[in-house]
Design a protein around this ligand. Structure first.
Ligand code: AMP
Ligand code: MG
Length: 489
């Protein structure tokens, strides 16, 4: 039987041949469903049963179908990895299957972990179940938080062995996005002297994703400005939920401003501005508080690839605007998190001092904001016990800060009940902590995928308290601090 997925030839296939190679997925034996995202299928205008109740679709999305039509595509890109330019990366274990559409929106379908491609270099083209569960759940959790991201439609597994530090099993993730083009695609064209193809790729993105740029005097400058603004907004969103990406290499930066390539990511448990989630990142290059600077550095790399298309001074001007654009987006997010409705120039300092009062006190990032909503307006009233108990050692600096915060709340006549409602709508109660992922992964390795489904359901709406997910809202256990997440995937 042929598959019944509504896939058409990917538009990327219309780009010059230098961008990609046609590939054949390498079949896995006896694949099975690990996770099915019915909500996303519906969002994509598809009937979930049509997608998931068909054994041929399972084979297709596991990279194990006898034939592929349209023919899948692997694209080439390069990138700066930990600051060092690497000439040829590319889709080493991912392939574009095709695209589908509904209501004017186009979706690209990509398989990740489906075997070797011409860009696999020395690696096996596979992805293990562990890291694929992490990616599946985290992109959907990011979406639940309202943060721009690639999505996950399905996860399939097989008992075929994949060797990392130890023998694990294989998985194939179906990723969905309007586009998977990265900064690295431009870097490849620029650094390999294929400059005539730079406008081809930029035009492709402008026509499909940034049509408003066409009206500008220089559409390529407008395109860069849009990418820069989206990146500023994205990183502000990451910071506001304590998300650490872990590998912010330029090849992991989306040209559409999406969170992409979930590897050794982590959400802050306790607030630590220096937190490094990737155990392979010994220098702390991608530490939590470095992310805005890294994004800026990455944009500089990206801008340099547009030099054949845009005057240097215009690119430099835009790059100089980035820190302020980030700061504005960040402060707006943080104001909302602490329930402020008006804007004061001193808010930036108020927010900075709040984090200074948390640093070194092992205060749970997520629960802090959730409990801060319970603060009353009365001056001198101590913080509620659930908030005070988050602090390890003295909370004096925080209590001092609380006085200033209450002053600020008075100045805008803040109503405590209405403020709490607003804050709980932007501060998640549930966050996809590494230890929660570990629990779901341990069960999945034993063939039980129910915890994946439960976490997914919870993280689809992380703001609304629900009794069935009470265990996900607790402070992490002691062992959570010992979890080691490396690049191995
Ligand atoms: P990452 O660090 O996951 O962003 O990957 C960096 C580059 O290595 C990308 O070009 C990936 O496609 C490639 N890559 C990572 N893991 C594998 C693998 N197991 N097989 C083939 N290519 C891989
Ligand atoms: Mg990558």
């Amino acid at each position: 039987m042929p598959h019944t997925l509504p896939l058409t030839e990917p538009a990327v296939a219309g780009l010059p041949a230098t961008f990609y190679r046609r590939i054949r997925p390498e079949p896995l034996s006896q694949p099975y469903w690990v996770a099915q995202n019915h909500a996303l299928a519906a969002e994509m205008g598809l009937r979930p049963s049509e997608i998931f109740d068909n054994p041929d679709n399972l084979l297709y999305l596991a990279g194990s179908a006898p034939a592929y039509n349209p023919t899948p595509i692997a694209t080439v890109y390069s990138g700066h990895q930990f600051g060092v330019y690497v000439h040829q990366l590319g889709d080493g274990r991912a392939a574009l299957l095709g695209e589908s559409g509904s209501g004017g929106q186009r979706w690209e379908w990509q398989l990740k972990g489906m075997g070797k491609t011409p860009y696999s270099r020395f690696a096996d083209g596979r992805a293990v179940l562990r890291s694929s569960i992490r990616e599946y759940l985290c992109c959907e959790a990011m979406h639940g938080l309202g943060i721009a991201t690639t999505r996950a439609l399905a996860l399939t597994g097989s008992n075929d062995a994949v060797y990392r530090e130890e023998a694990e099993t294989a998985a194939v993730l179906t990723r969905i996005a309007p586009s998977f083009i990265r900064f690295g695609h431009f870097e490849y064209l620029y650094h390999t002297g294929r400059h005539h193809n730079l406008p081809v790729l930029a035009d492709f993105l402008i026509d499909r994703h940034f049509p408003e740029c066409r009206r500008a005097d220089n559409p390529y400058l407008a395109f860069f400005q849009t990418v820069s603004q989206r990146t500023a907004a994205l990183i502000a969103a990451w910071q506001s939920v304590g998300f650490c990406h872990g590998v912010m290499n330029t090849d992991n930066m989306s040209a559409l401003g999406l969170t992409i390539d979930y590897g050794p990511f982590g959400f802050l448990d306790h607030y630590d501005r220096h937190h490094v989630c990737n155990h392979s990142d010994h220098e702390g290059r991608y530490a939590y508080n470095e992310q805005p600077h890294v994004a800026h550095w990455n944009l500089i790399r990206f801008a340099s690839c547009l030099l054949p298309l845009v005057p240097e001074s215009a690119l430099t001007d835009e790059l100089e605007r980035f820190p302020e654009a980030f700061q504005t987006a960040y402060t707006a997010r943080m104001r909302a998190k602490i329930g402020l409705q008006t804007e004061e120039p001193a808010d930036h300092g108020l927010i900075g001092d709040m984090f200074a009062a948390l640093q070194g006190r092992k205060v749970d990032f997520t629960l802090f904001f959730r409990h801060l909503s319970k603060i009353g307006n009365t001056h001198g009233e101590p913080p509620p016990p659930e908030l005070a108990s988050l602090f390890e050692g003295s909370a004096d600096a925080f209590v001092h800060w609380l006085g200033r915060y209450r002053g600020r709340l008075h100045a805008e006549n803040s109503n405590p009940e209405a403020r709490a409602v607003r804050m709980n709508a932007v501060n998640p109660l549930y966050i996809l902590r590494n230890y929660l992922l570990e629990q779901a992964i341990t069960q999945a390795k034993n063939g039980d995928f129910r915890e994946i489904e439960r976490l997914h359901r919870c993280m689809q709406n992380p703001f609304e308290e629900r009794q069935e997910f009470a265990d996900f809202a607790e402070r992490p256990p002691q062992w959570a601090g010992g979890i080691c997440v490396s690049c191995s995937s």
